[in-house]
Design a protein around this ligand. Structure first.
Ligand SMILES: *Cc1c(COP(=O)(O)O)cnc(C)c1O
Length: 399
């Protein structure tokens, strides 16, 4: 019953702290760099999503990669409490970690499964995404041996060209699934390659292909409980593609998949990355900061050291970005090291040792958004959220 992930075990510690035991065990001090997961925001975001989606549309909460770095259990439980029908993960390991922590809700394994993994899926009541005949037969065999009838979701490739059976070849696989007494065709789904950009033409082409398969099923009187195509971008911008269920990961975390997709008022970012000032250096004109002497002070400067670096997932930039201290932005100076980065606090004279700094999120009226950090990384918001390493402790706050 031990959590497999370092970040989860930290959360367990904080859970234990919430229920006082006599005598109180001494709590290990928190590292002065950490991630706060705001449970109140998370719960409210799920409520906002629920209020936005049509009532009949179910939610499959995607909690792969530790719930995009927020803790799969934390996000999964909030989702289920808010009425989600199902959770989605990428790998068998992720699904088993949830089961080991006592989560018995339906879990769809979205990623590929090797043949040897299928009996494990059956044993732990996981729902498989199937995409080829060999996998269907092997799963049917594993289910029959366990004397079970297990649900499967058929994955269609409608243009992403990653996983799934081509939409033009889906029908024979459907018939193979229906011929297996140990399998139940519970879902049919596909995945958008571009749902959150202003140009929806490719998404609409994928929708058309998806609908052509659904029409073939309907013509044969085949009823499937869950037809699903939308991710967060699709939920926001493609109401005609909602069908019976939407698979959403990013949106309930209070982050939008792009700059142009629809906004839901009230959504708030769940993750905040913080550190405390661990050292302060006063330097004179001409002196440099950090490895490679990448910053030279033009005059007297006051430099704060934050004990977080690229080894924690902070982008390895130099003289770009910054941190919020006392509600103002302290620009990053020099290069980011593995365990430390330096910011200029000359203009924040009240800043002192062990004061709190925000590297991602809000402080007072100031904010460093996930998008801001994504720009530093030359990447997308998903990569920023999942990029923080396990050595940064996750702390759940209810604020
Ligand atoms: C990750 C993933 C999602 C969730 O996408 P978001 O944009 O985070 O909502 C949905 N479906 C599949 C197949 C995925 O891999």
């Amino acid at each position: 019953m031990k959590p497999t992930d370092a970040s989860l075990s930290v959360m367990e510690r904080y859970d234990a702290a919430a229920e006082p035991v006599e005598p109180a065990p001494p709590r290990r001090p928190l590292r002065p760099a950490w991630i706060e997961i705001n449970i109140r925001h998370l719960r409210r975001n799920f409520e906002i999503v629920n209020a936005f989606k049509p009532r009949h549309v179910q939610v499959l909460a995607v909690v792969k990669d530790e719930g995009y770095g927020h803790g799969a259990l934390t996000v999964g439980r909030a989702a289920l409490d808010a009425g989600a029908a199902c959770l989605g993960v990428a790998t068998l390991d992720e699904a088993l970690a949830l089961r080991e922590n006592g989560l018995d809700a339906p879990i769809l394994v979205l990623g590929p499964q090797q043949q040897a993994e299928l009996p494990w899926c059956v044993r732990h009541a996981l729902t498989c995404a199937v995409q080829d005949a060999a996998q269907v037969k092997a799963l049917a065999h594993a289910a029959a041996r366990a004397r079970q009838r297990v649900p499967v979701h058929l994955k269609l490739n409608t243009g992403m060209n990653r996983y799934g059976i081509r939409w033009t070849e889906a029908l024979s696989l459907v018939e193979l699934i229906l011929a297996q007494p140990s399998l139940e065709l519970q879902g049919v789904f596909s995945h958008f390659a571009m749902s959150d950009e202003a140009d929806k033409s490719f998404a609409l082409l994928q929708l058309e292909r998806f609908q052509s398969v659904l029409a073939q099923l309907a013509a044969r009187g085949i009823h499937v409980k869950y037809r699903h195509l939308c991710n967060s971008g699709g939920l926001l911008d493609l109401p005609q593609a909602h069908f019976d269920m939407v698979r959403i990961g990013l949106l309930p975390l209070g982050v939008y998949p792009s700059r142009v997709c629809r906004r839901l008022p009230g959504l708030e970012t769940v993750m905040t990355v913080k550190a405390r000032i661990a050292s302060i250096q006063e330097i004179g004109p001409g002196e440099t900061v950090g490895y490679g002497l990448r910053y030279t002070a033009p005059n007297h400067r006051r430099i704060a050291v934050l004990p977080v670096g690229y080894g924690d997932g902070f982008p390895r930039v130099r003289n770009q970005g910054g941190a919020l201290i006392h509600g103002r932005c302290a620009p990053l100076v020099g290069g980011v090291a593995m365990d430390a980065l330096m910011v200029d606090i000359t203009d924040i004279p009240e800043a002192g040792l062990w004061d709190e700094a925000v590297l991602l999120g809000r402080q007072g009226d100031a904010e460093i958004t996930v998008q801001d950090v994504a720009q530093l990384k030359n990447s997308v918001s998903y990569d920023v959220l999942t990029g923080w390493r396990a050595r940064l402790p996750r702390v759940r706050v209810t604020e």
